[in-house]
Write a protein that binds this ligand. Structure first.
Ligand code: FES
Ligand code: FES
Length: 213
């Protein structure tokens, strides 16, 4: 190595790595059938899930949460475990288009369900508009909460579009206007310890204006 050169990662390398991880771009579902998809052992249950458009057959202990099944059996580590108690939203995924805390539900309860995780939002190299908006607005710092924030906000826009009111909706009869107060209320189940909230709200506001769902 020539004198003066270094193999240490630069700040830019670290920031780019954090963005890729936060947006769930680095981890793709393994195409091959792994050991977790083997025949069930005594006490395990065989379940079929469609995850990010791919049908997966798993043998799981009935006590395994959906979050652990996704992370530890399917290597989809974009969904994060923050509290494991339904309090932080880091584990948010969509089941049939609706957002849920995957730490609060058992994998065996999702036989036949269609599950979308952060890894399933981009189309190849093309980011989902919500991912692009988070990137454009710096809607994250450490990125740990970001996959949950993005999955939650994608489902939240669909809820608002369908006219579901929130605690702060003034006009229960009309179309929902996604004000900053509405966005904050509807995203209140997703905590960010880095307090990137202003940028998260700005990203969602922009994605909403652009028609992202
Ligand atoms: Fe599921 Fe915190 S890890 S809500
Ligand atoms: Fe660090 Fe939200 S970006 S917890």
């Amino acid at each position: 190595m020539p004198p003066g050169t270094s193999i240490a990662p630069t700040r830019r390398d670290l920031l780019e790595g954090a963005a890729v991880t936060a947006l769930g771009l680095a981890v793709a579902a393994p195409a091959a059938v792994g050991p977790a998809e083997a025949r069930p052992l005594p006490g395990e249950a065989a379940i079929k899930l469609t995850v990010n458009g791919v049908e997966r057959t798993l043998a799981v202990d009935p006590r395994v949460t959906l979050l652990d099944a996704l992370r530890e059996r399917l290597a989809l580590t974009g969904s994060k475990k923050g509290c494991d108690h339904g309090q932080c939203g880091a584990c948010t995924v969509m089941v049939g288009g609706r957002r849920i805390n995957s730490c609060l539900t058992l994998a065996v309860m999702h036989e036949g369900d269609e599950i979308t995780t952060i890894e399933g939002l981009a189309e190849g190299d093309e980011l989902h508009p919500m991912q692009a908006a988070f990137l454009a607005h710096d809607g994250f710092q450490c990125g740990y909460c970001t996959p949950g924030q993005i999955c939650s906000s994608v489902a939240m826009l669909a809820e608002a579009k369908a006219g579901w009111p929130s605690h702060v909706t003034a006009d229960l009869a009309g179309a929902v206007e996604l004000t900053d107060a509405e966005i904050r209320e509807r995203m209140s189940g997703n905590l960010c310890r880095c307090a990137a909230y202003p940028n998260i709200v700005a990203a969602i506001r922009d994605a909403s204006a652009g028609g992202a769902t």
